[in-house]
Design a protein around this ligand. Structure first.
Ligand SMILES: NC(=O)c1ccc[n+]([C@@H]2O[C@H](COP(=O)([O-])OP(=O)(O)OC[C@H]3O[C@@H](n4cnc5c(N)ncnc54)[C@H](O)[C@@H]3O)[C@@H](O)[C@H]2O)c1
Length: 132
């Protein structure tokens, strides 16, 4: 193991990045990895190309775990939290079309709002903060 990698391992924090294959998320993923974080990507790929994680790995030289998961699905999210020691969440999984948000408000609420609360809840429990 190189010194650089050993130092990195000792201090690495894990960020769960939702929407990590999206436009803002993929750039955020590269920036987080460059800053020394481990990143776990959660994305349902409803608005992202399947090869984005591979392209991120090519840029950063690091392969991040990817979970094809809907952020509003509590069971799937639990499995992600069980699989990784998550220290923080960056929530960028979202739907953003204004016309669609008017015709389909529930789907937007589920991804943008309910998904956020669900992740906060799972993170607090994972960190032992049951009643924040
Ligand atoms: N693009 C911009 O210029 C910009 C500017 C300011 C704020 N934002 C905000 O940043 C956030 C991300 O925007 P973006 O431009 O990267 O959008 P994007 O559509 O490129 O990325 C969103 C990602 O979330 C995923 N996703 C959507 N619903 C999901 C769900 N239920 N579960 C899991 N993954 C899901 C999509 O597959 C996609 O990869 C949005 O909240 C947007 O409003 C974007």
């Amino acid at each position: 193991m190189r010194d650089r990698d050993r130092g990195r391992q000792a201090m690495t924090k894990t960020v769960l990045l939702t929407g990590g294959a999206g436009y803002i998320g993929s750039h955020t993923c590269v920036a987080l990895i460059d800053a020394g974080f481990d990143v776990v990507i959660v994305d349902d790929f409803s608005n992202a190309a399947a090869d984005v994680p591979t392209r991120i790995a090519r840029i950063t030289g690091r392969v991040s775990p990817v979970h094809k998961v809907d952020v509003a699905d509590a069971q799937e999210l639990d499995a992600v939290f069980a699989a990784h020691p998550v220290d923080a969440v960056v929530h960028l999984a979202a739907r953003k079309s204004v016309p669609q948000s008017l015709s389909e408000p529930q789907g937007f609420f589920d991804a943008n709002i309910a998904g956020l609360f669900l992740q906060c809840d799972r993170l607090w429990h994972a960190r032992g903060i049951a009643d924040p």
